[in-house]
Ligand binder design. Sequence first.
Ligand SMILES: *[C@@H]1O[C@H](CO)[C@@H](O)[C@H](O)[C@H]1NC(C)=O
Ligand SMILES: *[C@@H]1O[C@H](CO)[C@@H](O)[C@H](O)[C@H]1NC(C)=O
Ligand SMILES: *[C@@H]1O[C@H](CO)[C@@H](O)[C@H](O)[C@H]1NC(C)=O
Ligand SMILES: *[C@@H]1O[C@H](CO)[C@@H](O)[C@H](O)[C@H]1NC(C)=O
Ligand SMILES: *[C@@H]1O[C@H](CO)[C@@H](O)[C@H](O)[C@H]1NC(C)=O
Ligand SMILES: *[C@@H]1O[C@H](CO)[C@@H](O)[C@H](O)[C@H]1NC(C)=O
Length: 418
Amino acid sequence: MQSDSVETLEDVPAIIYIMKRLKTKRKLLKILVATMCFLGAAQVAFRCQKTSNQDEEKSASRLEVVQKWSPFHVIRNQLNSSLVANSSADRDERPQMQLRLLSTHAANQTGAFCLDGSAPGYYFQPGVAAGLRKWVIYLPGGEACFTLEACRKRTLQTKGLGPGTTRKLANTTKGHALRSADKTINPEFWDWNMVEAVYCDGFFFSAGAVAVLRHASWFREQLPLTVNFRVFAASAAFPMLRSVRTGRFFNETTLFPAVIMHHAARSVPKACLQEADPSGLTLKCHEPFGLLQYQSAPLFVAGYVYDAWMLDNSLEARCTPKTCRGASEREGLKNLSREISETLPGLLKPQDGMFIVNCKKHFIITEHNTWTAGVTVQGVTAAKAFTDWFYGRGNSHRHMDCVTFQCYPNPTCTKARL
Ligand SMILES: *[C@@H]1O[C@H](CO)[C@@H](O)[C@H](O)[C@H]1NC(C)=O
Ligand SMILES: *[C@@H]1O[C@H](CO)[C@@H](O)[C@H](O)[C@H]1NC(C)=O
Ligand SMILES: *[C@@H]1O[C@H](CO)[C@@H](O)[C@H](O)[C@H]1NC(C)=O
Ligand SMILES: *[C@@H]1O[C@H](CO)[C@@H](O)[C@H](O)[C@H]1NC(C)=O
Ligand SMILES: *[C@@H]1O[C@H](CO)[C@@H](O)[C@H](O)[C@H]1NC(C)=O
Ligand SMILES: *[C@@H]1O[C@H](CO)[C@@H](O)[C@H](O)[C@H]1NC(C)=O
């Protein structure tokens, strides 16, 4: 089921999924977020009764799972009808991305709600001129809420990354990097239709492009084969390894309980359920490396050798090749860099591209300064690597940094934010 048998880009909406994730310095799980409440993800919404109850356990137990499944056609119809509305052909007059909320009725029909039961939404900016039929669909990244109580807290978070509600969102937002409507910042995609999902469901979409990798094959199936559908998974090029501290896997301690709570098992790629385990409780169906094996569309993967989220939460080696002292920490890091440099390339299809930098960081495409003038591998920025791959320019689309401890850190790591 390949999708690259496509004519010209003129006629083909291309859709890019992107996931980013944000982590505050102060609280690991607090800020986050992101995804499409209505994108076919299995959803759980918690109707949260706001309460001043100090007893966290008690208040968590009042949360009630109200919904769990959300099909894709709602957004697709919405996106179509927005095409009918004419946009200004003049870039300079293009507005910022505008918030669009689904009607409660539509949300009710699909079962897609935010954590607090509010209707999901997305920011949208119509394409112009040659971009009229092309689409960037962006799933902002973030952490997930792994417990009911954490999900409850998210419902009180009304703005920023990872709100658990759409009730108090800003009406507009400015697109950055690949979503920017500014030609000087985003020369290749500025005139496309831009969609940025509001991640209000708290589902486990953390660690970069996990949501993208979960849903891309399903999304591909919803579109005609003539559509040139391409997938960009940023900050998700890592495997889940055993914790160097406990020897246990992230799935055992944190992931699977959350998958069950969110009724998320069914939203993994169908092929993984069929091949691995119909219950969906298989690490392979949730970790980026496992999911890479189930991608039918052309894929570009960007990330770091030492993904900061992975190091903190999965490997639990909170150090770098320069600062790790313990033998098991150093061995854990060696194992990770070997997986990235040796296993990852083999998980990609011949037409796929990658951009891997020897840093301990997480963000790669969040803002334009880190996108177009950020980290480089042999002088190539992520933006150039990605667009060259996207448009089939150049020969090699696999940009793998020198991954040895001696090469750490890549001198441009300081240009990445977190
Ligand atoms: C949206 O596009 C799809 C696929 O092209 C089409 O089947 C559907 O009828 C369209 N919906 C609207 C409201 O135009
Ligand atoms: C959109 O603009 C074009 C060019 O100005 C015009 O031909 C077309 O009728 C407009 N469509 C709508 C739905 O207003
Ligand atoms: C949602 O659907 C349920 C039944 O399916 C109905 O009882 C309820 O009134 C609906 N709510 C809205 C806002 O449409
Ligand atoms: C968004 O726009 C609506 C309608 O124009 C307005 O009622 C609402 O107050 C605005 N919200 C914010 C947060 O500005
Ligand atoms: C977690 O993943 C590992 C590696 O795939 C697997 O061996 C282990 O059985 C999984 N744990 C659970 C609870 O399924
Ligand atoms: C590193 O990988 C090897 C081989 O898979 C494994 O035996 C070892 O336990 C790993 N080391 C750590 C610290 O996880």
